[in-house]
Write a protein that binds this ligand. Structure first.
Ligand SMILES: [Fe+2]
Length: 340
């Protein structure tokens, strides 16, 4: 544990010494302030929730935005010198990678157990899901009759040849969707499905937002994206020719993933970090999901009206942690079938 003085002196430079690509950071704090420091790979207006936490509790939040992988590397390199108390990120693959790299310490569970269903938590309590994102099928209603859509697997039907946009294999969003296929269909079953997608010669675009806009412009007829990218674009342009189709509703339900957080292994003040995460799961849950248009992980909180407008759907109830654990298999599978 470092001295308080050194911690505060270093904290003043939290932003200035942050060579993380596309980093954002927060204002400094005086020596008397209580401060929780967050490395965040989750953007989507997270700072609005951080500011609210500060106003409600008097505890300042200093944050550093960066890519999930960069922030994990940073935690590894810094070791017990790190200033970060909390690792906040999107996608259970990123949470699992942080936990399996021994970068997180177990959370205290009573309050979190009450707030967040077990399916959205790590079995060893190293991280907790705070918001839910569904990854499902979108389509251009001028080109596709939704009665032609059904499951993720059915996008491998020949009728979709040359008509699909997909996110690249480097995206954890893609990796987790394929991991969910492995969890349900087995490795070989999932491989056949992904192979059939590849055989349909998809247009690979490495941005969900660009995929939504491409479908709207008629560049693809169908695609798979996280729901909130559609909500965000429809909010900007309600006439956009893109609709959501909830995949696998007659079966296991649409694939969902998480934003979540854990307390870093070398947090200076794990109790404060715990309190911050508990706030995000409870009193801060509404503001946390409202800027991102994710679904709340706390079932007592409602989604925004814009998100609700996508309609009710059945979500795949597989434990998120299983998806995280299949990440390496998913990457290998996509490599084997030439998924770009
Ligand atoms: Fe995203």
């Amino acid at each position: 544990m470092r001295s308080r003085l050194r911690s505060v002196a270093a904290a003043a430079a939290f932003c200035l010494l942050a060579p993380v690509a596309a980093a954002g950071c927060s204002a400094g704090a005086s020596q008397d302030d209580k401060v929780v420091r967050v490395y965040s790979g989750r953007h989507y207006g997270s700072e609005t929730a951080f500011d609210r936490f500060g106003k409600e509790t008097g505890i300042k939040v200093q944050y550093l935005f960066g890519s999930d992988a960069d922030l994990r590397e940073r935690l590894k390199t810094e070791g017990d010198d790190t200033l970060a108390d909390v690792y906040l990120t999107v996608d259970v693959a990123n949470l699992a990678l942080a936990a399996n790299s021994d970068l997180l310490r177990p959370l205290e569970t009573p309050k979190l157990d009450e707030a967040i269903p077990a399916a959205y938590r790590d079995s060893q309590d190293r991280w907790i899901g705070l918001a839910i994102r569904a990854r499902s099928i979108i389509y251009n209603p001028d080109k596709v009759n939704p009665s032609d859509l059904s499951t993720y697997a059915a996008l491998g039907d020949q009728k979709w040849r040359g008509r699909i946009c997909l996110r690249n294999s480097t995206a954890t969003y893609t990796q987790s969707l394929v991991a969910s296929l492995i969890a349900h269909e087995g490795y070989d079953g999932a491989k056949k499905i992904v192979q059939s997608w590849v055989a349909n010669r998809p247009n690979f675009i490495n941005s969900d937002k660009e995929i939504v806009l491409t479908v709207g412009a008629g560049g693809c007829d169908v695609a798979i994206v996280n729901h909130y990218y559609l909500v965000q674009e429809l909010t900007k342009n309600p006439n956009l020719k893109v609709k959501m189709f909830w995949a696998d509703q007659a079966g296991r339900g649409s694939h969902v993933n998480l934003s979540g957080a854990g307390v870093t292994k070398f947090a200076d003040d794990p109790e404060l970090a715990q309190r911050f995460i508990e706030w995000l799961a409870t009193d801060g849950q509404q503001i946390f999901i409202s800027t991102s248009q994710e679904f709340p992980a706390n079932p007592t909180v409602q989604p925004t009206a814009e998100t609700k407008a996508l309609g009710e759907f059945k979500a795949d109830e597989i434990e998120a942690a299983k998806i995280g654990d299949l990440n390496a298999d998913s990457i290998r599978l996509m490599d084997e079938v030439g998924y770009k």
